[in-house]
Design a binder for this molecule. Structure first.
Ligand SMILES: Nc1ncnc2c1ncn2[C@@H]1O[C@H](COP(=O)(O)OP(=O)(O)O)[C@@H](O)[C@H]1O
Ligand code: SF4
Ligand SMILES: [Mg+2]
Length: 330
Protein backbone atom coordinates (compact mmCIF):
# COMPACT_ATOMS: atom_id res chain seq x y z
CA UNK A 1 0.00 0.00 0.00
CA UNK A 2 1.27 3.48 -0.85
CA UNK A 3 0.86 6.34 1.60
CA UNK A 4 1.40 8.83 -1.23
CA UNK A 5 0.88 8.19 -4.93
CA UNK A 6 2.07 10.67 -7.52
CA UNK A 7 1.02 10.05 -11.12
CA UNK A 8 2.23 11.86 -14.22
CA UNK A 9 2.51 15.13 -12.33
CA UNK A 10 3.20 18.29 -14.32
CA UNK A 11 3.73 21.58 -12.48
CA UNK A 12 5.05 24.69 -14.16
CA UNK A 13 5.87 28.28 -13.23
CA UNK A 14 4.25 30.67 -15.66
CA UNK A 15 5.63 34.19 -15.44
CA UNK A 16 5.05 37.37 -17.40
CA UNK A 17 7.70 40.10 -17.70
CA UNK A 18 7.84 42.98 -20.19
CA UNK A 19 5.07 41.33 -22.20
CA UNK A 20 7.05 38.10 -22.57
CA UNK A 21 5.54 35.01 -20.99
CA UNK A 22 7.81 32.27 -19.77
CA UNK A 23 6.92 28.75 -18.68
CA UNK A 24 9.40 26.86 -16.49
CA UNK A 25 8.76 23.12 -16.82
CA UNK A 26 9.96 22.37 -13.29
CA UNK A 27 8.12 19.06 -12.74
CA UNK A 28 7.23 17.33 -15.97
CA UNK A 29 5.64 13.89 -15.88
CA UNK A 30 6.70 12.55 -12.48
CA UNK A 31 5.24 9.31 -11.03
CA UNK A 32 6.26 7.50 -7.85
CA UNK A 33 4.89 5.92 -4.66
CA UNK A 34 5.90 6.41 -1.05
CA UNK A 35 5.41 3.46 1.29
CA UNK A 36 4.90 3.31 5.04
CA UNK A 37 8.06 2.85 7.09
CA UNK A 38 10.68 3.98 4.58
CA UNK A 39 13.08 6.85 4.02
CA UNK A 40 12.76 7.83 0.39
CA UNK A 41 15.48 10.09 -1.00
CA UNK A 42 15.05 12.57 -3.83
CA UNK A 43 18.36 13.52 -5.45
CA UNK A 44 19.49 15.66 -8.37
CA UNK A 45 21.52 18.80 -8.92
CA UNK A 46 20.32 22.29 -8.05
CA UNK A 47 17.30 23.57 -10.06
CA UNK A 48 16.18 20.12 -11.28
CA UNK A 49 12.76 20.58 -9.63
CA UNK A 50 13.12 18.90 -6.22
CA UNK A 51 11.65 21.75 -4.16
CA UNK A 52 8.89 22.32 -6.70
CA UNK A 53 7.91 18.66 -6.44
CA UNK A 54 7.69 19.01 -2.66
CA UNK A 55 5.59 22.15 -2.87
CA UNK A 56 3.06 20.34 -5.04
CA UNK A 57 2.85 17.11 -3.10
CA UNK A 58 2.51 18.92 0.21
CA UNK A 59 -0.35 21.11 -1.01
CA UNK A 60 1.67 24.33 -1.19
CA UNK A 61 1.03 25.48 -4.73
CA UNK A 62 0.91 29.25 -5.16
CA UNK A 63 1.21 31.38 -8.32
CA UNK A 64 3.25 31.52 -10.46
CA UNK A 65 3.41 27.75 -9.77
CA UNK A 66 0.48 25.71 -11.02
CA UNK A 67 -0.16 21.96 -11.28
CA UNK A 68 -1.36 21.41 -14.83
CA UNK A 69 -2.02 17.68 -14.84
CA UNK A 70 -1.57 14.43 -13.01
CA UNK A 71 -2.55 13.45 -9.49
CA UNK A 72 -1.19 13.39 -5.95
CA UNK A 73 -3.11 11.19 -3.53
CA UNK A 74 -2.39 10.87 0.17
CA UNK A 75 -3.89 7.72 1.70
CA UNK A 76 -3.59 7.08 5.44
CA UNK A 77 -5.65 3.89 5.31
CA UNK A 78 -8.76 5.65 6.63
CA UNK A 79 -9.15 8.52 4.20
CA UNK A 80 -7.80 9.51 0.82
CA UNK A 81 -6.87 13.14 0.25
CA UNK A 82 -6.40 14.78 -3.14
CA UNK A 83 -3.40 17.00 -2.47
CA UNK A 84 -3.95 19.03 -5.64
CA UNK A 85 -7.40 20.28 -4.62
CA UNK A 86 -7.22 20.36 -0.83
CA UNK A 87 -8.18 23.76 0.65
CA UNK A 88 -5.72 25.67 2.86
CA UNK A 89 -8.28 25.46 5.69
CA UNK A 90 -8.61 21.65 5.44
CA UNK A 91 -4.82 21.42 5.19
CA UNK A 92 -4.32 23.48 8.35
CA UNK A 93 -7.07 21.73 10.32
CA UNK A 94 -6.59 18.08 9.43
CA UNK A 95 -3.35 17.41 7.62
CA UNK A 96 -0.44 19.68 8.53
CA UNK A 97 1.64 18.47 11.51
CA UNK A 98 -0.71 15.54 12.29
CA UNK A 99 -0.53 13.69 8.97
CA UNK A 100 2.15 15.48 6.97
CA UNK A 101 4.83 17.79 8.33
CA UNK A 102 7.89 19.39 6.80
CA UNK A 103 11.38 20.39 7.75
CA UNK A 104 12.87 23.00 5.45
CA UNK A 105 16.45 24.10 4.94
CA UNK A 106 16.08 27.36 6.85
CA UNK A 107 14.55 26.37 10.18
CA UNK A 108 13.79 30.06 10.81
CA UNK A 109 10.87 29.78 8.42
CA UNK A 110 9.02 27.66 10.97
CA UNK A 111 10.38 29.32 14.12
CA UNK A 112 9.02 32.72 15.04
CA UNK A 113 12.07 34.96 15.76
CA UNK A 114 10.26 37.00 18.43
CA UNK A 115 8.76 34.08 20.32
CA UNK A 116 10.37 31.53 22.62
CA UNK A 117 10.56 27.98 21.25
CA UNK A 118 7.82 26.68 23.59
CA UNK A 119 5.45 29.32 22.14
CA UNK A 120 5.95 27.92 18.64
CA UNK A 121 4.95 24.47 19.91
CA UNK A 122 1.88 26.04 21.56
CA UNK A 123 0.98 28.01 18.43
CA UNK A 124 0.92 24.83 16.36
CA UNK A 125 -1.41 23.04 18.75
CA UNK A 126 -3.65 26.09 19.03
CA UNK A 127 -3.96 26.17 15.26
CA UNK A 128 -5.53 22.72 15.06
CA UNK A 129 -6.93 21.51 18.32
CA UNK A 130 -6.29 23.99 21.11
CA UNK A 131 -4.50 23.36 24.41
CA UNK A 132 -6.54 22.03 27.32
CA UNK A 133 -3.85 22.32 29.95
CA UNK A 134 -0.66 24.32 29.30
CA UNK A 135 1.29 22.60 32.06
CA UNK A 136 0.46 19.11 30.80
CA UNK A 137 1.29 20.19 27.26
CA UNK A 138 4.65 21.59 28.34
CA UNK A 139 5.45 18.28 30.03
CA UNK A 140 4.61 16.45 26.81
CA UNK A 141 6.85 18.78 24.80
CA UNK A 142 9.67 18.37 27.33
CA UNK A 143 9.37 14.58 27.18
CA UNK A 144 9.42 14.70 23.38
CA UNK A 145 12.48 16.94 23.05
CA UNK A 146 14.36 15.06 25.78
CA UNK A 147 13.68 11.82 23.92
CA UNK A 148 15.33 13.44 20.91
CA UNK A 149 18.33 14.40 23.02
CA UNK A 150 17.52 18.11 23.31
CA UNK A 151 17.88 19.84 26.67
CA UNK A 152 14.71 21.22 28.29
CA UNK A 153 16.05 24.79 28.41
CA UNK A 154 15.88 25.21 24.61
CA UNK A 155 12.15 25.70 25.15
CA UNK A 156 12.83 28.98 26.95
CA UNK A 157 15.26 30.24 24.30
CA UNK A 158 14.57 32.53 21.36
CA UNK A 159 15.56 31.05 17.99
CA UNK A 160 18.53 33.44 17.56
CA UNK A 161 20.02 32.20 20.83
CA UNK A 162 20.43 28.69 19.37
CA UNK A 163 23.06 27.44 16.91
CA UNK A 164 22.02 26.50 13.37
CA UNK A 165 22.28 22.79 14.19
CA UNK A 166 20.22 23.18 17.35
CA UNK A 167 17.54 25.17 15.50
CA UNK A 168 17.34 22.44 12.88
CA UNK A 169 16.93 19.83 15.63
CA UNK A 170 14.14 21.94 17.11
CA UNK A 171 12.51 22.11 13.66
CA UNK A 172 12.64 18.30 13.50
CA UNK A 173 11.23 18.07 17.03
CA UNK A 174 8.33 20.29 15.94
CA UNK A 175 7.76 18.27 12.79
CA UNK A 176 7.60 15.02 14.75
CA UNK A 177 5.73 16.17 17.87
CA UNK A 178 2.33 15.02 16.65
CA UNK A 179 3.56 11.78 15.08
CA UNK A 180 2.75 12.52 11.45
CA UNK A 181 2.69 9.59 9.06
CA UNK A 182 4.73 11.51 6.50
CA UNK A 183 7.64 13.85 7.18
CA UNK A 184 8.95 15.83 4.24
CA UNK A 185 12.43 17.29 4.64
CA UNK A 186 13.83 19.63 1.97
CA UNK A 187 17.62 20.02 2.22
CA UNK A 188 17.33 19.86 6.05
CA UNK A 189 21.08 19.80 6.62
CA UNK A 190 22.48 21.67 3.64
CA UNK A 191 23.46 24.79 5.60
CA UNK A 192 25.13 22.83 8.41
CA UNK A 193 28.73 21.72 8.77
CA UNK A 194 29.47 18.02 8.33
CA UNK A 195 29.67 17.08 12.02
CA UNK A 196 26.43 18.87 12.93
CA UNK A 197 24.83 17.45 9.78
CA UNK A 198 25.63 13.92 10.89
CA UNK A 199 23.95 14.51 14.26
CA UNK A 200 20.80 15.96 12.72
CA UNK A 201 20.52 13.11 10.19
CA UNK A 202 21.08 10.53 12.90
CA UNK A 203 18.24 12.09 14.86
CA UNK A 204 15.93 11.96 11.83
CA UNK A 205 16.88 8.32 11.24
CA UNK A 206 16.24 7.33 14.85
CA UNK A 207 12.84 9.01 14.89
CA UNK A 208 11.87 7.15 11.73
CA UNK A 209 13.09 3.81 13.09
CA UNK A 210 11.03 4.35 16.24
CA UNK A 211 7.81 5.73 14.73
CA UNK A 212 7.92 3.70 11.50
CA UNK A 213 6.52 6.62 9.55
CA UNK A 214 7.59 7.71 6.07
CA UNK A 215 10.31 10.29 5.45
CA UNK A 216 10.71 12.00 2.10
CA UNK A 217 14.23 13.38 2.19
CA UNK A 218 15.26 15.83 -0.50
CA UNK A 219 18.91 16.72 -0.91
CA UNK A 220 21.38 17.22 -3.73
CA UNK A 221 23.99 15.58 -1.47
CA UNK A 222 24.40 11.94 -2.56
CA UNK A 223 26.50 11.15 0.52
CA UNK A 224 23.48 11.96 2.70
CA UNK A 225 21.31 9.58 0.67
CA UNK A 226 23.95 6.86 0.97
CA UNK A 227 23.79 7.14 4.75
CA UNK A 228 20.10 7.65 5.34
CA UNK A 229 17.74 6.63 2.50
CA UNK A 230 16.19 3.20 1.89
CA UNK A 231 15.32 4.05 -1.72
CA UNK A 232 16.51 6.90 -3.92
CA UNK A 233 14.93 8.69 -6.86
CA UNK A 234 17.20 10.66 -9.19
CA UNK A 235 15.71 13.71 -10.86
CA UNK A 236 17.14 15.46 -13.91
CA UNK A 237 15.56 18.57 -15.44
CA UNK A 238 12.07 18.01 -14.02
CA UNK A 239 11.86 14.28 -14.64
CA UNK A 240 12.74 11.06 -12.83
CA UNK A 241 15.60 9.29 -14.58
CA UNK A 242 16.15 6.42 -12.14
CA UNK A 243 14.71 4.98 -8.93
CA UNK A 244 16.01 2.03 -6.91
CA UNK A 245 16.90 0.83 -3.42
CA UNK A 246 19.86 2.89 -2.17
CA UNK A 247 22.29 -0.04 -2.41
CA UNK A 248 21.38 -0.60 -6.06
CA UNK A 249 21.70 3.09 -6.92
CA UNK A 250 25.22 3.17 -5.50
CA UNK A 251 26.41 -0.30 -6.58
CA UNK A 252 24.80 -0.69 -9.98
CA UNK A 253 23.47 2.61 -11.32
CA UNK A 254 22.22 2.32 -14.89
CA UNK A 255 21.30 5.80 -16.10
CA UNK A 256 24.33 7.74 -17.44
CA UNK A 257 23.39 10.72 -15.25
CA UNK A 258 23.18 8.57 -12.10
CA UNK A 259 26.51 7.02 -13.03
CA UNK A 260 28.00 10.48 -13.25
CA UNK A 261 26.60 11.46 -9.82
CA UNK A 262 27.97 8.31 -8.21
CA UNK A 263 31.35 8.43 -9.90
CA UNK A 264 31.95 12.00 -8.79
CA UNK A 265 31.57 10.93 -5.15
CA UNK A 266 34.68 10.04 -3.19
CA UNK A 267 33.70 6.59 -1.85
CA UNK A 268 35.84 3.84 -0.47
CA UNK A 269 35.35 0.36 -1.86
CA UNK A 270 32.96 1.25 -4.67
CA UNK A 271 34.33 0.96 -8.19
CA UNK A 272 32.56 2.87 -10.94
CA UNK A 273 33.70 4.10 -14.32
CA UNK A 274 34.28 7.85 -14.20
CA UNK A 275 32.10 9.76 -16.64
CA UNK A 276 32.81 13.38 -17.41
CA UNK A 277 29.87 15.67 -17.92
CA UNK A 278 29.98 18.45 -20.49
CA UNK A 279 27.74 21.50 -20.57
CA UNK A 280 25.51 22.84 -17.83
CA UNK A 281 22.03 21.96 -16.52
CA UNK A 282 19.32 22.82 -19.05
CA UNK A 283 17.13 25.87 -18.92
CA UNK A 284 13.73 24.54 -17.90
CA UNK A 285 11.99 27.40 -19.70
CA UNK A 286 13.23 25.78 -22.90
CA UNK A 287 14.19 22.19 -22.07
CA UNK A 288 15.96 19.94 -24.59
CA UNK A 289 13.75 17.70 -26.73
CA UNK A 290 13.66 13.92 -26.32
CA UNK A 291 15.81 12.83 -23.39
CA UNK A 292 16.57 16.04 -21.48
CA UNK A 293 20.02 14.72 -20.66
CA UNK A 294 21.03 14.26 -24.29
CA UNK A 295 23.11 17.47 -24.73
CA UNK A 296 25.36 16.30 -21.87
CA UNK A 297 25.19 12.53 -22.23
CA UNK A 298 28.40 10.84 -23.39
CA UNK A 299 26.33 7.97 -24.84
CA UNK A 300 23.62 9.98 -26.62
CA UNK A 301 22.23 8.54 -29.86
CA UNK A 302 20.06 10.06 -32.57
CA UNK A 303 16.83 8.71 -30.99
CA UNK A 304 17.71 10.50 -27.73
CA UNK A 305 17.23 13.88 -29.42
CA UNK A 306 13.71 13.16 -30.58
CA UNK A 307 12.04 10.61 -28.32
CA UNK A 308 11.41 10.85 -24.60
CA UNK A 309 12.71 7.59 -23.06
CA UNK A 310 9.97 5.74 -21.23
CA UNK A 311 10.43 4.48 -17.69
CA UNK A 312 11.37 0.79 -17.75
CA UNK A 313 11.35 -1.67 -14.82
CA UNK A 314 14.70 -3.43 -14.87
CA UNK A 315 13.98 -5.24 -11.62
CA UNK A 316 10.97 -5.17 -9.35
CA UNK A 317 12.12 -2.04 -7.49
CA UNK A 318 14.54 -0.57 -10.01
CA UNK A 319 13.32 1.62 -12.87
CA UNK A 320 15.22 3.69 -15.37
CA UNK A 321 14.33 6.09 -18.20
CA UNK A 322 17.02 5.69 -20.88
CA UNK A 323 16.87 4.40 -24.46
CA UNK A 324 20.01 2.32 -23.91
CA UNK A 325 18.48 0.56 -20.92
CA UNK A 326 15.28 -0.11 -22.83
CA UNK A 327 17.32 -1.53 -25.70
CA UNK A 328 19.22 -3.77 -23.27
CA UNK A 329 22.59 -2.10 -23.96
CA UNK A 330 23.18 -1.00 -20.35
N1 LIG B 1 8.97 31.22 -8.04
C1 LIG B 1 9.54 30.79 -9.19
N2 LIG B 1 9.26 31.39 -10.37
C2 LIG B 1 9.81 30.95 -11.53
N3 LIG B 1 10.65 29.88 -11.60
C3 LIG B 1 10.96 29.24 -10.46
C4 LIG B 1 10.43 29.66 -9.18
N4 LIG B 1 10.93 28.83 -8.23
C5 LIG B 1 11.73 27.94 -8.86
N5 LIG B 1 11.75 28.19 -10.20
C6 LIG B 1 12.50 27.44 -11.23
O1 LIG B 1 12.02 26.10 -11.25
C7 LIG B 1 13.09 25.20 -11.52
C8 LIG B 1 13.15 24.16 -10.41
O2 LIG B 1 13.52 24.81 -9.21
P1 LIG B 1 13.52 24.06 -7.79
O3 LIG B 1 12.29 23.22 -7.69
O4 LIG B 1 13.73 25.08 -6.74
O5 LIG B 1 14.80 23.12 -7.95
P2 LIG B 1 15.70 22.40 -6.82
O6 LIG B 1 14.95 22.37 -5.55
O7 LIG B 1 15.99 21.05 -7.40
O8 LIG B 1 16.96 23.21 -6.74
C9 LIG B 1 14.35 26.07 -11.65
O9 LIG B 1 14.57 26.31 -13.00
C10 LIG B 1 13.98 27.33 -10.92
O10 LIG B 1 14.67 28.44 -11.44
S1 SF4 C 1 18.27 8.24 -23.34
FE1 SF4 C 1 20.09 8.67 -24.57
S2 SF4 C 1 20.76 10.72 -23.95
FE2 SF4 C 1 19.33 9.97 -22.42
S3 SF4 C 1 20.60 9.08 -20.88
FE3 SF4 C 1 20.03 7.41 -22.24
S4 SF4 C 1 21.66 7.31 -23.76
FE4 SF4 C 1 21.89 9.27 -22.71
MG1 LIG D 1 15.50 23.08 -3.61
Amino acid sequence: MAILSVRDLRAYYRTEAYGISRTVHAVDGVSFDLHPDEIYGVAGESSCGKSTLIKVISGNVKPPLKAYSGSVEYDNGLQKVDMLTISPEEMRRNIRWKEISYVMQGSMSVLNPVRKIIKTFEDIVESHRGIQDKKVFREQVEAHINRLGLPTDVLNAYPHQLSGGMRQRVAIALATMFQPRLIIADEPTTALDVVVQRGVLQMLKEIQAESKNTVLLVTHDMAVHANVADRVMIMYAGRIVEEAPTKTIFKSPLHPYTKHLISSLPMIGVRTTKTSLRGSPPNLANPPSGCRFHPRCPLAMEVCRTEIPEMVDVESRHRVACHLVKGGAL
